[in-house]
Design a protein around this ligand. Structure first.
Ligand code: ADP
Ligand code: MG
Length: 628
């Protein structure tokens, strides 16, 4: 038996500094280490001829050294050059400041080089490649796993450490699935799976390993959810809300007509509310499909039946947006809505809590602040949580426990196919709003390469001159050592000082405090910022009707579902809206993804395509949270 709980500090090649870096990645134990799955793989297995390489292509070249390494200087920079031949063509290999390379290569010997091949003017050059002596498959000659962000640890180092970890556990892990499941579903054993997910020898290895690991994760997930659902059933009765309270009372006052999908969903909710069974319902609908109004109408029913409602939003800004909508619709019925977020004054909080406890407040809208012990309802009958992916099952249970078996609605804007929803939300009944209000305009989407940068900038300028606002989204906060992604801060500086110096440019990222984020978001909402740069942290649900253009940098780094969510932030007002996806890379999957985004605005179609392109594994943690 192997001790999976043992600290990573006891793994070969891990010293005190590396332990700290690993801990930052949430790798604390041997188990964490071997579960740190690659985000991608590079096939450094098969050598290409220089003449078959396109300019800029990453490739493995097998070539013989024909010169010694020469050394030259360019100011402080030392340049090392080696000429090699692959039988047909010569190629210059260049390194910088790596004097130890001077004596590494021997004339007449063959080596593998892996790197970006530049083929300018019929001359070949590779800068700073990874290399091995031919036959020595350390860094090349095989499929190489690429790990998610590793901060101070290089890919080579983390790969080595994980290899050591995998060696320690290989053939010693206890099988976690029973034989009949392994046999029935033809699954790889756990030991093979762990080894091959990190170090596949070929593509089929990797597919089988991933299949097994995803299978296991899903199975565990589903079993856990079934257990929760089972526990609902055994609990005592839920609330029977009044039949005489008609949802149509609110519906008739609305300035728009509800869609058929909204009406259908409301009927499902109405039935649940009137029955004795506690409602646990997922309300799923694409961005802009009008989930909020559904929750408002359900809250009306709860309040007029003599109960209170709680609306849990992921951020203060979304809470205040809901607050506006609830008041606008329900004040006329004498229903009192209040907001509880952590930023309000202590005095205010105390007062709200008091009024909540004695029943003067009918609907409490707020953030995590509502979960605290001392927030007590007089008679909580309905709980709505918005943008569910931010809240875990536990938090849902916590707020629900403030009432006596209240009905629960979970709203999610992530459209996923029904079959998947059944797996992910196995503990909930599902209602889907599969129709957008008729007044929605299509968001024109364009996928463009780097060469369009200038034109995109001019287009953004034109929109701002017309009084609109723009979002620019980029994938990461910190520069990854191995990729060339623009970080928010770096991009912000460039745009503030150069490209858009005439305009008010601000940025947001995940490392900011919630309060700072809210302040900036509010400024954007109030039109005090022209261009907002951010990672994906800006809220999905926030309405800024005046913003009509979104530019996504490195769009190839985002999943389809995510791009769709992002795009949903524009097109919320009267203006024609645009989404511009700037992408790099010529891969087939990337091209296909961009094409789908340009073709359709329908979140359900997009999620199905996403599933086809990625396989279902990515929907469930395994890849997702490790990559973000
Ligand atoms: P989401 O489902 O993304 O949370 P919202 O509830 O925020 O969407 O609704 C988006 C906007 O559409 C809101 O301004 C809302 O008032 C409006 N809306 C909702 N339902 C309809 C409808 N049936 N017809 C027209 N507009 C609607
Ligand atoms: Mg919403």
């Amino acid at each position: 038996m192997v001790d999976l709980e043992k600290s990573v500090q006891y793994i070969k090649n891990v010293g005190p500094t590396r332990v700290k870096l690993l801990n930052k990645l949430n790798i604390n134990t041997l188990e964490d280490l071997i579960s740190y799955f690659p985000r991608n793989y590079e096939d450094r297995g098969i050598a290409k001829k220089l003449s078959d390489c396109k300019d800029g292509e990453e490739a493995l070249i097998k070539a013989t050294a024909v010169t010694k390494v020469s050394e030259s200087f360019a100011g402080r920079l030392k340049i090392y050059r080696l000429i090699v031949r692959d039988g047909e063509n010569a190629c210059t290999i260049t390194w910088y400041n790596q004097s130890y390379l001077k004596n590494v290569f021997k004339i007449g010997r063959t080596y593998n080089f892996y790197g970006k091949v530049e083929t300018k003017l019929g001359r070949y050059e590779i800068k700073s490649p990874i290399f091995d002596e031919s036959g020595e498959n350390k860094n090349t000659g095989k499929i190489i796993p690429i790990y998610p962000l590793t901060y101070g640890i290089s890919q080579n180092t983390i790969r080595k450490i994980i290899e050591n970890g995998v060696d320690e556990v290989y053939e010693k892990l206890d099988e976690t699935l029973p034989d009949y499941i392994l046999n029935n579903y033809k699954l790889m054993g756990i030991n093979e799976a762990i080894k091959k997910i990190h170090f596949p020898e070929n593509k089929s290895d990797f597919i089988k390993a991933r299949y097994r690991l995803v299978f296991e994760e899903l199975l565990g997930f589903q079993l856990a959810l079934l257990k929760i659902k089972e526990s609902y059933k055994t609990e005592e009765k839920g609330i029977e809300f009044e039949r005489q309270v008609k949802m149509s009372d609110v519906i008739n006052t609305l300035p728009f007509r509800l869609t058929n999908a909204q009406l259908r969903v409301l009927e499902e909710i109405d039935n649940d509310m009137e029955s004795t069974k506690p409602m646990n319902r997922l309300l799923q609908g694409d961005v802009g499909s009008g989930k909020t109004i559904v929750s408002i109408i359900a809250s009306y029913k709860a309040v007029k039946s003599g109960y209170q409602a709680a609306i849990l939003a992921p951020t203060a800004i979304l809470a205040s947006q809901h607050m506006e909508n609830f008041q606008k619709t329900l004040n006329q019925f004498g229903i009192k809505s209040e907001m509880l977020v952590s930023s309000i004054t202590k005095k205010n909080k105390t007062e709200i809590k008091q009024r909540l406890a004695n029943g003067e407040i009918d609907i409490l809208i707020g953030t995590h602040a509502m979960l605290e012990e001392d927030v007590v309802f007089k008679n909580l009958g309905l709980v709505v949580t918005d943008e569910q992916h931010r809240f875990g099952v536990k938090q849902r249970a916590k707020i629900a426990s403030k009432g006596n078996n209240p009905d629960v609605i979970v709203m999610s804007a992530t459209p996923i196919p029904r079959t998947l929803a059944l797996i992910l939300y196995g503990d909930l009944d599902i209602s889907i709003i599969n129709e957008l209000p008729p007044n929605r305009k299509k968001i024109d989407t364009f996928a463009v390469g780097k060469n369009f940068e200038e034109r995109v900038n001019r287009f953004v300028e034109k929109q701002i001159e017309e009084g609109r606002q723009c979002y620019i989204v980029c994938p990461l906060v910190e520069e990854d050592e191995e990729t060339e992604l623009k970080s928010v801060t770096e991009l912000a500086e460039k745009l503030q000082k150069e490209t858009f110096s005439k305009y008010r440019v601000e940025y947001l990222h995940g490392k900011m405090k919630p309060k700072e984020k809210d302040e900036i978001m509010l400024k954007f909402k109030n039109g005090e910022i022209d261009i907002l740069i951010s990672t994906t942290v800006i809220e999905v649900g926030v309405d800024v009707p005046n913003s009509n253009i979104m530019v996504v940098e490195n769009a190839e780094r985002f999943g389809l579902a995510q791009l769709h969510q992002l795009r949903g932030r524009v097109g919320r007002g009267e203006y024609k809206s645009y989404c511009i996806l700037k992408y790099e890379g010529k891969g087939k999957v990337v091209q296909e993804r961009m094409k789908i985004m340009c073709q359709t605005n329908d979140g359900f179609i997009i999620s199905e395509k996403d599933l086809e392109l990625r396989g279902s594994g990515d929907f469930f943690g395994t890849a997702q949270h490790r990559n973000s």
